[in-house]
Write a protein that binds this ligand. Structure first.
Ligand code: NAP
Length: 531
């Protein structure tokens, strides 16, 4: 057991409003997958009492918080960003110990988390997210038209479940939390048991920002805990009005079932599993089989393959160029060493998935990396099968979370299109193409638009930019609702709903809809966008 907790002031408590509470549920420790040891301190799982308290505070905070000026919420998000930065190396060191992820990767992820908070602050000030619309009254028309105005308002308290693979950017202060807070929704995070200390440090940074910005206490709570009951009890609570989730398919589906079975069903925005198909079109494969192979092996090994956008499926047409590609993949893999995966559970699931592929009668192994000593080491590998075998066996299209990919050899371009049609919903689809491939790409694009949230060319899908145009979503089962994105400014729309105000007096209208436009935001007046 190693004690980094005391030094970092991690207490193992839940943060409920401004209080730190030692709950009485099951106890657990964080686990260091690199060293194979448990870490201090002990964490105490929250239960129904803590859920009720956090939900009561969130509900009490909601009406005040949702009507805070956008400028004030922007300032709040910036204060969170600064508080996270002020945690300095302590945060990075604890996250390294809890995840086995390297320092540079976690520093990059912190930069992404800070950038995300600041981007939402910028978006809040700009104001188009309110989608303010004003249709003037037409009293002379028959029948007369009333004065109609519309804006989006916050949905209510949101429950957030972070993922194990991004302890900062998709966790306590990740995209779900930030977009919900930006929308005006109080947030209750169910902490991820794989990085509870990291979660607590970030949670305290948010808690301090709530206090310094003089916002209502219930704007943020973090419930530490392990076991499904805490999460299911939280989203069953009547105060919760929406859920943001990143993680496994079975976890997402379980939460969707609970949310749908409530007396008042609520939306669940779950980002779950994706195998991110990559199409090697013939001219590109001919021109650069070797560099595509090294690029692919680099991409699938990145972060030990623990990215929801890892390229888990590669399609190409049989022939000499594909043979060159296969040889180059085998060679590139042989130069890669295994590395530490996030948790014993994730490592075990990866080993199981590899064994399933290795034992499959229609699947061959193209190669693998070098095994290394250690408790949670995942070794990169690539397998291959035919398009016909792939389409016959649905288990081959299931995500194996880790550094592995499956190469599908197609008899011709028509069969490649058939495989594309056969795929389930994906977060991404990638085209490797040269100019001579444009015609093929033109006929694949309409299929890929239906299948994926992001279509990219001549790159690898692992990097997800946080920006205005990014879509990190896609049809089921990649996500529970393909109309949304969990990354980028569009994510705010998940936590809002429209309200129309008919013939409401100016003095009673929200500022966003008043004639003088006191917030100085974009308004759609009689169909025209104006400021
Ligand atoms: P996870 O097991 O789904 O857990 C995510 C969060 O949901 C945790 O807080 C977990 O806490 C909770 N949870 C899980 N199942 C639940 C249920 N049935 N009811 C209520 N709450 C539940 O995801 P993970 O820990 O990040 O990774 C595990 C697996 O998910 C990996 O092996 C991988 O296959 C997949 N994964 C996919 C992605 C992706 O983006 N596609 C990302 C990460 C992981 P409790 O366990 O304490 O309930």
């Amino acid at each position: 057991m190693r004690d980094t907790g005391e030094v970092l002031n991690i207490t193992g408590e839940s943060l409920i409003g401004f209080a730190s509470v030692q709950a009485t549920g099951a106890t657990f420790h964080a686990f260091d997958p690199e060293q194979g040891i448990h870490l201090e301190p002990v964490f105490h799982s929250a239960g129904k009492m803590e859920i009720n308290r956090a939900c009561a505070l969130a509900q009490a905070a909601f009406d005040l918080y949702r009507e805070t000026a956008p400028q004030r919420r922007a300032h709040f998000l910036e204060a969170i960003a600064q508080n996270i930065l002020d945690l300095g190396d302590a945060l990075i060191e604890r996250a390294m110990a809890e995840t086995g992820l390297p320092k540079a990767r976690l520093e990059g992820e912190r930069g992404r988390t800070i950038g995300q908070l600041r981007l939402f602050a910028e978006g809040l000030r700009e104001g188009s997210w309110i989608d303010a619309r004003c249709d003037s009254a037409l009293p002379a028309r028959q029948p007369p038209r009333p004065d109609l105005r519309m804006r989006l308002i916050a949905l209510g308290p949101v429950a957030v479940f972070g993922a194990s693979n991004f302890p900062l950017a998709f966790s306590v202060a990740g995209g779900d939390t930030v977009s919900a807070l930006a929308a005006g929704c109080p947030v209750i995070v169910k902490g991820h048991p794989a990085h509870p200390g990291t979660g607590e440090l970030v949670g305290r940074a948010i808690q301090r920002a709530v206090a310094v910005c003089a916002l209502p206490e219930g704007v943020f709570s973090l419930l530490a805990g392990i076991g499904n009951e805490l999460g299911t009890d939280l989203i069953a609570h009547p105060a919760i009005q929406a859920v943001g989730f990143t993680g496994s398919g079975h976890g997402g589906l379980a939460l969707m079932a609970v949310a749908a079975g409530r007396p008042q069903p609520i939306p669940v925005y779950a980002e779950m599993s994706s195998i991110n198909p990559m199409f090697l079109l013939p001219h590109a494969l001919n021109a650069r089989a070797e560099s595509l192979a090294t690029g692919l092996v680099e991409s699938l090994s990145m972060g030990v393959g623990q990215f929801c956008t890892s390229p888990g499926l590669v399609l190409a047409i049989e022939g000499e160029d594909l043979e060159r590609f296969r040889g180059a993949v085998t060679h590139a893999l042989s130069e890669r060493a295994g590395a530490t995966m996030l948790t014993p559970g994730i490592h075990g699931a990866y080993e199981h998935g590899m064994m399933r592929l290795a034992a499959h009668p229609q699947v061959d192994k193209l190669g693998n990396g070098v095994a290394v000593q250690g408790v949670c080491k995942g070794v990169p590998a690539m397998f291959a099968t035919s398009a016909a075998s792939f389409m016959q066996d649905t288990t081959l299209a299931k995500e194996v979370f880790g550094p592995v990919s499956l190469l599908i050899s197609c008899a011709d371009f028509e069969q490649m299109k058939q495989v594309a049609e056969h795929l389930e919903g994906q977060l991404t689809a990638t085209l490797q193409m040269d100019e001579g491939d444009h015609e093929a790409a033109r006929s694949l694009l309409p299929i890929l638009e239906r299948k994926a949230g992001r279509v990219l060319a001549n790159g690898f899908p692992t990097g997800v930019e946080v920006s205005y145009a990014m879509v990190h979503g896609g049809p089921f089962p990649a996500t529970s609702d393909g109309r949304s994105s969990s990354v980028g400014t569009m994510a705010i729309q998940r936590f809002m709903r429209p309200v129309c105000y008919q013939n409401i007096a100016q003095a009673l209208l929200p500022a966003a809809l008043q004639d003088g436009n006191p917030l100085d935001i974009w308004q759609r007046r009689d169909g025209q966008l104006t400021k």
